[in-house]
Design a protein around this ligand. Structure first.
Ligand SMILES: *[C@@H]1O[C@H](CO)[C@@H](O)[C@H](O)[C@H]1NC(C)=O
Ligand SMILES: *[C@@H]1O[C@H](CO)[C@@H](O)[C@H](O)[C@H]1NC(C)=O
Length: 289
């Protein structure tokens, strides 16, 4: 084997190594208590202990206890948590008049969606990291010497096509990937989140969030993923908590107001998705490596 070939196969092994580690980690984690519910249970029992001490000599009132858990949770839902309103506002602001997307707002929308992914639990870390690195690459382009070409999606595509920097082949890992290629990855993931949020919107009390999430994944991202990643994702979905707990983690209430908010966010995400999809189709770039 020549030097070139060796480097190539070594690169391949190195690329799959994290996945194998993730998979093993997932198997390990799923055979124990799931991290998300574990954490929440720990918080609950802590509150219970405090509550018990407080009411030592009083009449124990179950509903009071529940209220306190609820209140405790609402207090934790502050500005730093995921907020569906912000997703809606950012994607709304990203829509430009001429069937174009303002990248700054698009990335703001993604930053909020990343909080959503993070709220799903540490087991989704491998997706979250992927999103972080894609957002970082695009911001790097925006702050680079050609920053003004990266204001909108169309200006980015035009610039990269004209200057032959769209990578039509996979680049070495130490080169800054093209904006077009990077954004395509986010675009595909956006579809998954859009479908998942819509499934949450239409779900009712006892529906499984694992199934909602897996269905959205099957209809979107799964077809771009290798067998190994699909298996790892399947494990991660199993770790999602029941609906009530899930909505709490996302700082969403169960009522009609939440459904309306979800609906307008999903609708805006879909419009942004459609515009992006149209643009990539127009420039024949939907299959970039
Ligand atoms: C959900 O399950 C609970 C307990 O099994 C049941 O009482 C309730 O009616 C169910 N709700 C719906 C909407 O099916
Ligand atoms: C997005 O495109 C699809 C297919 O072309 C269409 O059915 C849907 O109504 C569009 N959605 C929005 C929000 O524009």
């Amino acid at each position: 084997m020549n030097k070139e070939g060796m480097r190539c196969s070594k690169g391949k092994i190195l690329r799959f190594l994290p996945l194998v580690v993730v998979l093993l980690l997932l198997i390990y984690l799923t055979s124990f208590n799931l991290p998300q519910s574990h954490q929440v249970n720990a918080q609950k029992s802590e509150t219970e202990i405090q509550e018990n001490d407080y009411h030592k000599n009083k009449h124990m009132d179950a509903s009071k206890l529940m209220n306190s858990v609820d209140k405790n949770h609402r207090e934790k839902c502050d500005n730093s948590n995921f907020q569906i309103n912000r997703v809606q506002a950012a994607f709304q602001a990203s829509l430009m008049k001429n069937e174009d997307i303002l990248l700054k707002s698009y990335l703001e929308g993604w930053t909020e969606l990343q909080k959503f992914i993070d709220a799903l639990g540490t087991i989704f870390g491998f997706i979250s990291e992927e999103v972080t690195s894609k957002i970082r690459i695009l911001i790097e382009h925006q702050q680079g010497v050609h920053g003004k070409e990266y204001i909108s999606m169309r200006s980015m595509i035009n610039y990269e096509l004209k200057n032959n920097v769209v990578n039509l082949h996979e680049l070495p890992r130490d080169r800054l990937q093209s904006g077009c290629r990077t954004l395509l990855r986010l675009h595909r993931a956006l579809r998954w989140l859009q479908l998942f949020l819509d499934n949450i919107r239409t779900s009712s009390e006892n529906d499984s969030m694992s199934i909602s999430c897996a269905e959205a994944y099957e209809q979107s991202l799964a077809k771009y993923h290798s067998w190994l990643v699909r298996k790892a994702a399947g494990f991660a979905f199993l770790a999602l908590p029941a609906r009530t707990e899930f909505l709490q983690i996302l700082c969403l209430e169960g009522g009609k107001e939440t459904k309306d908010k979800l609906w307008s966010a999903v609708n805006l995400i879909e419009r942004v998705y459609n515009v992006t999809q149209g643009m990539y189709a127009q420039y024949n770039m939907l299959e970039l490596p």
